[in-house]
Design a protein around this ligand. Sequence first.
Ligand SMILES: NC(=O)c1ccc[n+]([C@@H]2O[C@H](COP(=O)([O-])OP(=O)(O)OC[C@H]3O[C@@H](n4cnc5c(N)ncnc54)[C@H](O)[C@@H]3O)[C@@H](O)[C@H]2O)c1
Ligand SMILES: [Zn+2]
Length: 358
Amino acid sequence: MEKVTVPLGARAYDILIGHGTLPTLGQAVAATGLEGRCVVVTNPTVGALYEQPVLAALTAAGFSASVCRVPDGERFKTAKWLGRIHDHLLEQGLDRHGFIVALGGGVVGDMAGFAAATFLRGIPFVQVPTTVVAQVDSSVGGKTGVNHPRGKNLIGAFHQPRLVFMDMAVLATLPRRELLAGMAEVIKYGVIADRAFFDYLRGHVAAILALDPQVMARVVGRCCAIKAQVVADDETETSGRRAILNYGHTVGHAVEAVTGYRRYKHGEAVAMGMVAAARIAHKLGRLDARAVAAQVDILEAFGLPVALPRGMDPNRVVAALGHDKKAAQGRVKMVLASAIGQVELVPLAPDEIGRLLA
Ligand SMILES: NC(=O)c1ccc[n+]([C@@H]2O[C@H](COP(=O)([O-])OP(=O)(O)OC[C@H]3O[C@@H](n4cnc5c(N)ncnc54)[C@H](O)[C@@H]3O)[C@@H](O)[C@H]2O)c1
Ligand SMILES: [Zn+2]
């Protein structure tokens, strides 16, 4: 099993990455010092596949566990369903010594993590991420929360998990489109922080698509190590360092907003956003053409979209940029690459971005 530590002092925790390791979850949880009662939060899709082995592993290690299912989908990542999780925790008599196990993708992880952050002023939780997005991004770093009718992730808290436990074998059941969308975030890590990793991805497209266990563990492990470092440098997003994780997300979020969050998976929108950012950096003389082409090539190799949707009015994208919650003084801090493996934050006015996009 591969191990990455998130070095956060008293809040430090391990990310364990293995293959076929789900039956050992209970021992790994026990090794963190947790004991007693826990609630596994999942959804019907993931629950039908993995809640039995997870319950068995926890029970075998001496935990008493019950399951709380929330419906499958981003539209259920709400205060209402958060409340249902709280209800379940109370019904089960969970006290401050209890803990939550989040079993699922980013939707379940964010919501279960926020339930843990808020229940009895905060109880521990364990992430068992089952999508690529959750493994390389949402389960690491402690951002938890739910959506609000006015916007995504507006209600939330920083609450670090006690352990992140990943079994790569669960990816076998992940829909292909989810796998590919997750690869956009994986490629993002190469662009923002690690040229050698970017090249590794280019050389292992077939192995990744075939979910080769060793290759997947290495890929996910490297992403987690990069994210762990960024999070350790800027745990609560105050120094600006953590913003580099938003590479491709400025235009990506705008595309998602313009298309009502329905047409594209988040990762697909990020893929378009990365190419847009690469082209903007090139037009500003910050990035050479080969580095733009390299990003387009690898995203295409994973079947990801690289151009803004045909017929999409660039003015609508620009209008949506202004609503970016990270915009300051009318300017958007865009993450731009100066080379593969190196990025900078560049403040740009939305209409400037619009001109560069055209
Ligand atoms: N907290 C953070 O730092 C952070 C970072 C990135 C994304 N997010 C959040 O993560 C969410 C997106 O997460 P996601 O992409 O994992 O989506 P998701 O949780 O909706 O999962 C995608 C789909 O895959 C299914 N699924 C999950 N694992 C499966 C498996 N192993 N086999 C079969 N089906 C499986 C789910 O039921 C769902 O239908 C968004 O809400 C986003 O805001 C949070
Ligand atoms: Zn993202």
